[in-house]
Design a protein around this ligand. Structure first.
Ligand SMILES: C[S@@+](CC[C@H](N)C(=O)[O-])C[C@H]1O[C@@H](n2cnc3c(N)ncnc32)[C@H](O)[C@@H]1O
Length: 220
């Protein structure tokens, strides 16, 4: 995979959720956004030699993007609480990246010590960890900033994280990071085209604005 565009084209083949669960906000990350996020992380040196953890991995889009990009992660782990989503992620891995080995873990991403010990990746060595995540935004139930608990998790075990949030989250993420001993070093805006996934969707596709942040967690 030699560049961002080629990676995006390959990721277009990642199958979506078979039966998306609205209460878990199961929207697949668009291929182009996943490729951009992972390409950015690679340019920052946040992939090669590192353990990559995709929190709320769903269909495996971000984990697969990491495994397929030019950089060389030491290990890739995907965590989701939904077994059906993990089945989709495994099937996507078999189809698109059969030669790489990703650990798919069923568990609560907001309780990382348990998840990480299940993955047997919480080893005593000094491997740095980069978290990638497109967490639930809390949009469905008026539960604004459901992404807070995912950031909280990242703060406990990540050295660096990349997270996707709804537009207008910059103040929230910066304040959260500062309180948890982290620093937002980079951010960019993106458009996220979401195909119709639930009965209540009236349009075939809807584009929403999102923001992506890189946080260095140096206060752990
Ligand atoms: C917006 S989707 C993103 C999915 C994935 N990044 C993709 O592109 O397919 C959010 C994901 O978080 C998962 N999720 C929600 N709450 C969770 C929790 N507490 N622990 C683990 N996974 C969770 C959902 O099942 C869903 O797959």
């Amino acid at each position: 995979m030699s560049n961002r565009r080629e990676l995006a084209v390959t990721l277009e083949r990642v199958s979506g959720f078979d039966n998306p669960r609205i209460e878990l906000e199961q929207y697949q990350t668009p291929a182009d956004l996943a490729a951009t996020l992972v390409h950015t992380a690679a340019l920052h040196g946040d992939i090669t030699g590192r353990r990559i953890v995709d929190l709320g991995c769903g269909t495996g889009m971000l984990a697969l993007a990491t495994a397929l990009c030019d950089a060389h992660p030491r290990a890739v782990v995907g965590i989701d609480r939904d077994g059906d989503a993990l089945e989709s992620a495994r099937a996507n891995e078999r189809r698109l990246a059969p030669s790489v080995s990703i650990s798919w873990i069923r568990g609560d991403a907001t309780r990382p010590p348990l998840c990480l010990s299940n993955a047997s990746v919480a080893t005593a060595d000094a491997t740095l960890t980069t978290v990638m995540m497109n967490p639930p935004f809390g949009a469905q139930k008026g539960n604004r900033h459901a992404d807070r608990r995912f950031l909280d998790a990242a703060a406990t075990f990540a050295d660096v994280s990349y997270s996707i949030h709804n537009a207008g989250s910059a103040d929230f993420v910066e304040t959260f990071a500062a309180d948890a001993g982290g620093t937002v070093t980079h951010g960019f805006e993106a458009e996220c085209a979401l195909p119709r996934a639930f009965k209540f969707h009236s349009e075939d596709s809807k584009t929403i604005s999102v923001e992506v942040f890189r946080v260095v967690w140096d206060g752990r």
